[in-house]
Unconditional design. Structure first.
Length: 119
DNA sequence: CTTCTGACA
DNA sequence: TGTCAGGA
């Protein structure tokens, strides 16, 4: 399929898809006219990329992780270096979650205080 | 009409 | 990333 269809099916802009290819996150063949041609697997691939970006990974990390994912044609044997990096991301997320939880408590407390006289 | 590359009020 | 240009 061409970029337009992949974009519609994944809800990811064509601009972003071209960027992903540039970053080596996505591979595409080319038609005689130079247009990108993606395989059916690209749909799931893009979905995976979206989830990894949402998890806060940079394109570089994602590019290293994808080829290791068994569900995406990967070998399932990520180098220790990469695994360590991912554990670091996990710690980052944990800190982020704790920070957000504290912020939630602050707002919860403020709401109680500003409504103290209006139960 | 769709896609491509390069560039940035 | 959006968006515009200029061409295929």
């Amino acid at each position: 399929m061409r970029i337009g269809e992949l974009s519609r099916r994944t809800k990811v802009s064509e601009r972003a898809l071209r960027y992903y290819e540039q970053q080596g996150l996505l591979t595409a063949e080319r038609t005689a006219g130079g247009h990108r041609c993606f395989g059916e697997a690209a749909v799931a691939r893009v979905g995976c990329i979206q989830e990894l970006f949402a998890a806060g990974l940079c394109s570089g990390k994602i590019a290293q992780v994808l080829p290791c994912m068994p569900g995406h044609g990967g070998h399932g044997t990520a180098p220790q270096e990469l695994v360590d990096g991912l554990r670091g991301e996990l710690d980052r997320l944990d800190r982020e979650i704790r920070g957000l939880y504290r912020s939630r408590e602050v707002l919860d407390t403020v709401i109680r205080e500003v409504t103290r006289a209006r139960p």
